[in-house]
Design a protein around this ligand. Structure first.
Ligand code: TXA
Ligand code: MG
Length: 332
């Protein structure tokens, strides 16, 4: 036992699935992998269990949780008045990195929905996650980080952040997508993207006809999570519009006695010379998969983080939504 209560274990799903199922059945928390980021799960029908999530994360009670299901039929256990559009989207994108906001079902306690009448439903594209859910209950789960910290894409990230606060972390390796799911509200007149992700507005519009994509939240935030500062590293972080401005910023910071690092794709290695680099890979998919792990590494070893800016649409725009938050909008 540590001073925070639990002797946190990281175990493989093969060896620990029975234990995970038992913990969930007892109203305890289990961290599980998904294709996006790791989740901190509790039985979505158990109010006391769900309260533990908020305590472990230090999360404000007014930020609702996503309910994870193992198959489409389970949507009816957690939501009601489900529109045809849900099934059309499920056909294409479930399992996958898409959360759909529906009318809340009666069995879901208000602690999950932060008092609201809607619930986010998502089927993760990860066998470990779906096996755990199928053998226990639908799982209410936020990302498995402390509130305001970076979302975890490896079991080790979770351990560093939540050690002592959870009994078990199921290790499923590195998350394939790397940024959180797209959140789509189907309860509004026009389907509305509340959080961009790997399932893009264009992909959703192909199925739905029209989708409203509010990159900026003006006035009241509909996804309460959007109003909190998220994903911010512990070190000064800035975006770079070009490799030239990135290198100039790096050299300036170095001259001031800082420890700068470039968080960039590999393609500019020639220009970077022997400056410190944490590589994001080559493609936009690589960028998404690696960005949180890179920021984790950067905030531990450096104090001036310079991140590449991508200007494209779709996945590139979704990743930039996270980088903008990490940098607090600062650019060079
Ligand atoms: O990829 C993901 O979605 C990961 C994995 C673990 O599934 N989960 C995740 O959960 O990112 P969390 O709690 O960190 O972010 C959920 C977001 C928050 O911005 C929250 O406000 C929004 O979804 N959300 C959840 N339920 C909602 C609801 N009923 N209405 C509006 N927004 C909701
Ligand atoms: Mg989160």
């Amino acid at each position: 036992m540590t001073h925070e209560g639990y002797d946190t274990q990281i175990l493989s799903a093969q060896s620990a699935m029975d234990k995970a199922v038992e913990l969930i059945g007892n109203g305890e928390l289990v961290v599980f992998p998904t294709e996006t980021v790791y989740g901190l799960g509790a039985n979505a029908f158990d109010e006391e269990a769900v309260k533990r999530i908020f305590v472990a994360k230090g999360r404000p009670q007014d930020n609702p949780l996503i309910v994870h299901i193992a198959n489409i039929a389970q949507a009816e256990d957690v939501a009601e008045d489900i529109p045809d559009a849900f099934y059309a989207l499920a056909d294409k994108f479930m399992p996958g990195p898409l959360t759909i906001i529906l009318k809340k079902g009666k069995n879901i306690p208000y602690v999950v929905t932060a008092g609201g009448e809607t619930v986010g439903v998502r089927m993760p594209d990860n066998d470990i996650a779906r096996t755990l859910i199928a053998r226990s209950y639908p799982l209410a789960a936020p990302s498995a980080n402390r509130s305001k910290h970076i979302s975890p894409t490896t079991a080790q990230h979770v351990y560093e952040d939540l050690r002592g606060r959870v009994p078990l972390i199921l290790d499923g390796g590195q998350c394939r997508v790397g940024i959180e799911s797209t959140v789509l509200d189907l309860t509004s007149a026009i389907p509305t993207i509340l959080r961009p992700g790997a399932v893009t507005a264009e992909m959703l519009a192909d199925v739905l006809g029209e989708v409203s994509s509010c990159g900026k939240v003006i006035g009241v935030a509909k996804a309460p999570g959007m109003k909190y500062t998220h994903y911010a590293p512990d070190a000064y972080t800035v975006e770079a519009n070009s490799i030239e401005s990135a290198v100039a910023e790096y050299d300036r910071a170095l001259g001031e006695g800082k420890r700068p690092v470039l968080v960039y794709r590999d393609i500019y290695r020639d220009v970077m010379g022997d400056r410190q680099l944490i590589s994001l890979g080559v493609t936009a998919e690589d960028f998404a998969r690696n960005i949180y792990a890179a920021l984790h590494t950067a905030e531990r070893g450096y104090d001036h983080i310079i991140v590449e800016r991508l200007d494209g649409e779709g996945l590139e725009a979704s990743v930039m939504n996270r980088v903008d938050k990490a940098a607090g909008g600062k650019r060079v």
